[in-house]
Design a protein around this ligand. Structure first.
Ligand code: BMA
Length: 842
């Protein structure tokens, strides 16, 4: 009790000190321009209220002028929106005091895309890149009283055609002329919804004397004793003055104080600081993602104050490419430790980005982490994500492979285009470089591979000179401009020109660099090929699965829920997607007659195929040091390669990824006549214990047992056991037995998995009875399951409930307890609960 007397005064002092720090921390006046917006089509006289940030599709929907393009066949009816010019207007009030500031500017964080901006009738900005931040000095155009801001968005589709007509050869995609999110033009998983509008905030800023415009924190060295950082500030001041700078951490610790002269105009200040005994940032699977907030405050002698805060992580990331007999490695070393990267490709979580909330991002990042992923690739056909997304990755300990926004197209190389791209790169590298999550920068998605392998030279009839010009433009952007920007703005960061390095039709693709393997799916090769087509770092491969019935009911009436219905076809964007699903399903499963079962089996199929790839990639560690499947998420409800539906609901694949990506995993490999079991350990600790394998019948009869001791180093991967398949089967038919693999570690933990010896369609699955009951302990609800015989792909569903595991196999006699989370109460959950498994399909 006495202790409180000691602590209380200290706490009070700390509290006051914090409050005084927060008080008047900046004299920069900021006015967000979010209110009183209207929009109308050019030539139209009716102005309607608009939401900013937002976009024209969202505004049209809100006014009932278009129907939700995600529903039914509405996408088609919304195409005119992208071919129209749109005008957004607002008014805002400015007082004499605000107008009197020495500097006044408008800051546009995202205009989508070709925008003419006038303020009180004066043209202040001509923007043509949705990824750039534009700042414009507007003091001379600003009035005391009411000001009118007017933005005319030209149709991008029209702009693209105009620009394309000026080039004497055709580029494969006219969308490439606009610096606009490529996926808006339609993708093989996304609708064509070419939108327009103020998609990120506009702010009026006014100030006197110096302000901090930008802050860069360069990590100069990092050891266990100390981190040496250089804090680089960009200042903006109308006048020459002296200013005091203080740099500290959020804990209150001061790292440096300086008083320096500030020049007029833009100037820079560099202040070195040290953090003693630094705590490093790790991915969540390797340690703790520790973050530091570095706070700079400034006070000038004429009374200007400003403050900036950046949250950083102290870590090193290297991409190590060591030549070897096959080619060269491609391994991410985090803080000097090679770490196997597990994850997926991330696309924009909505066709309409302004409506994505922090809650959406949080759910996505949580699902990523829950599946034991430590890396996401922000794919180049979308957008440079919102700050919130990277903040969440920093906190969750997830690395980001960051593409620049170029995908599956060739781009112009004229000087205006290149200058525009350069500035886009500068803006985004500056915005994102302090995030410890950013592992590397990659120039584009599949542009190099497309130029060399997709036959455009022939299909577009380029002359040799034209093809050379197209390639020269490529080199200017991806081999010159972007690496220059990364080197200058994010010193030490790794730049990789294109993902993949080499197209999958070439052997080299699997010998060095990163690889996309699309022989399964695009090439219709069997899933077994995944065992062979293992590269050094797999950045793409995938297989589609249909979304759940719940998600499909958000866009289709029950009458439309049949294979091949026009509404379903509109929600399958791949040219032969449905045919592919059908073909692969028939290879491995008994194809169900009922639509609902077909949807379920399509998910089992996707999980089975990609699960095989994940297993092959991991098993080949350290030859392969990363695997990112295509794709994590969806931008609308659709049949796609995603493991998370648009709603965030987990498909069977996401559960499979969670099992396959577990830090410690039992993996298997089956060849024509042998079977092997591996123990793969991605943690940094050595694990040892006992491996027990039993060959059992589907009703649980034990035929044969193998037992041996087993150990694997931290980061290791060992083949523990290998047998001739004939000896494993011991005279039994492959479709009637299963191998139960169990590992008991010395610290008392147990894990197990079932290794199947035949495809599901060739297994004589019994009509297992899976009993269940709901158990509630305290706040938590569980479903407890028991089966009397082998049950495959046991699928649990109840409304929006989330199950910690799902679509799993259960051996005869097995009991499992699965946690459920839901907004429903237990009786509701129980009433809606459905448990099924593969032997029940019709
Ligand atoms: C990859 C991606 C995407 C595409 C996917 C599936 O090449 O980069 O362009 O959606 O394949 O076809």
């Amino acid at each position: 009790m006495k202790r409180i007397y000691v602590w209380l005064p200290i706490l009070v002092v700390l509290l006051f000190w914090r409050l005084s720090l927060n008080k008047d921390e900046t004299t920069v006046f900021r006015l967000p321009l979010n209110d009183q917006w209207t929009f109308h089509a050019a030539g139209d006289t009716i102005r309607r209220s608009a939401e900013v940030p937002g976009n024209v599709h969202l505004d049209l929907m809100r006014h009932g002028l278009i129907e939700d393009p995600f529903v039914g066949l509405n996408e088609e009816n919304a195409q005119w929106v992208g071919e129209t010019d749109w005008i957004y207007e607002t008014v805002f009030e400015i007082s004499g005091r605000e107008r009197a500031h020495e500097q006044v500017r408008l800051k546009f964080e995202g205009l989508d895309t070709h925008a003419l901006v006038t303020l009180n009738g004066f043209l202040v900005l001509q923007a043509d890149n949705m990824f750039r931040t534009w700042t414009v000095d507007v003091k001379e155009f600003l009035r005391v009283g009411t000001n009118r801001l007017h933005i005319h968005f030209h149709s991008s589709a029209m702009e693209d055609s105009l620009r394309a007509a000026q080039l004497d050869y055709a580029l494969p995609e006219t969308r490439a002329f606009s610096r606009k999110a490529p996926y808006q033009s339609g993708w093989d998983w996304g609708p064509r919804l070419v939108t327009a509008g103020v998609w990120r905030p506009i702010t009026l800023e006014a100030w006197d004397g110096p302000r901090i415009d930008a802050m860069q924190i360069v990590q100069q060295s990092l050891s266990d004793e100390r981190a040496e950082l250089l804090v680089h500030l960009t200042l903006n001041s109308e006048i020459e003055t002296m200013a005091k700078f203080s740099i500290g951490l959020e804990t209150g610790e001061t790292l440096a104080r300086r008083t320096v002269p500030v020049a007029s105009g833009k100037s820079t200040v560099e202040i070195p600081v040290k953090i003693e005994r630094p705590v490093r940032w790790w991915t969540h699977d390797q340690g703790h993602p520790h973050l530091y907030s570095v706070i700079v405050s400034m006070k000038s002698e004429d009374g200007a104050r400003d403050r900036m805060e950046k949250r950083i992580g102290l870590r090193t990331v290297e991409v190590v490419q060591t030549a070897d007999s096959a080619g060269a490695s491609f391994a991410i070393h985090l803080n000097g430790r090679p770490v196997f990267m597990k994850g997926a490709n991330y696309i924009p979580p909505d066709s309409f980005m302004p409506r994505v909330t922090p809650k959406h991002y949080r759910a996505l990042v949580q699902s990523t982490q829950a599946a034991h992923m430590n890396m996401l690739r922000v794919w180049g056909g979308g957008v440079y994500e919102a700050d919130t997304f990277y903040d969440l990755c920093d906190e969750a300990g997830i690395l980001v492979w960051q593409d620049f926004m170029f995908a599956c197209a060739m781009y112009p190389g004229d000087s205006a285009f290149v200058a525009n791209v350069r500035q886009e790169a500068v803006d985004n590298v500056r915005r994102l470089r302090h995030h410890p999550a950013i592992a590397l920068w990659c120039g584009n998605n599949e542009v190099d591979e497309a130029f060399h392998n997709w036959g455009w030279q022939q299909s577009l009839k380029w002359t040799d000179a034209q093809a050379a010009a197209v390639w020269e433009a490529y080199e200017t952007v991806f081999h010159q401009t972007l690496p220059e920007v990364v080197a200058a703005e994010h010193p030490g960061a790794f730049y990789w020109p294109s993902s993949p390095k080499t197209g999958w039709g070439h052997d080299e693709a699997f010998q060095s660099g990163d690889a996309h393997y699309w022989g399964v799916w695009w090439g219709r090769e069997p899933f077994e090929k995944y065992d062979e087509k293992v590269g050094r770092f797999m950045t793409e491969y995938g297989f589609q699965g249909m979304p759940s019935m719940e998600t499909m009911s958000t866009f289709a009436d029950s009458a439309d829920l049949t294979l091949g219905s026009p509404v379903l076809k509109a929600h399958q964007k791949h040219p032969f997607g449905d045919a592919n699903i059908a073909e692969y399903m028939a290879r491995d499963f008994i194809v169900p007659q009922s639509f609902e079962d077909y949807v379920y089996v399509s998910q089992c199929l996707q999980a089975r195929g990609i699960g095989r790839a994940l297993e092959a990639h991991r098993r080949n560690k350290p030859y392969c040091m990363g695997t990112l499947y295509w794709q994590l998420n969806d931008c609308w409800p659709v049949t796609s390669w995603s493991s998370l539906e648009y709603s965030g609901r987990w498909k069977a694949l996401h559960y499979e990824a969670r099992r396959m990506f577990a830090p410690l995993a039992l993996l298997h490999q089956r060849t024509e006549n042998s079977l092997s079991v591996y123990l793969n350990n991605d943690s940094s600790r050595r694990v040892s214990g006992k491996l027990i394998l039993t060959l059992i019948s589907f009703t649980g009869k034990v035929f044969k047992t193998w037992e041996q001791s087993a150990a694997v180093q931290g980061g290791g991967n060992v083949r523990l056991w290998s047998e001739n398949l004939e000896d494993v089967l011991a005279g039994h038919e492959a479709g009637t037995v299963v191998l139960l693999a169990r590992f008991h570690s010395e610290d008392g933990k147990e894990m197990h998995r079932l290794i199947h010896l035949a495809r599901p369609r060739d297994q004589r699955l019994p009509k297992a009875e899976v009993d269940w009951r709901i158990v509630t302990t305290g706040e938590r609800s569980y479903i407890e399951l028991h089966t009397n015989a082998l049950a495959r792909y046991v699928c649990l569903s109840s409304g929006n409930a989330h199950f910690e595991d799902n679509y799993f196999d259960m051996a005869a006699g097995e009991t499992r307890r699965i946690e459920m989370t839901s907004t429903l109460n237990t009786p509701q959950l129980e009433a809606g609960l459905r448990v099924r498994h593969l032997a029940e399909i019709r």
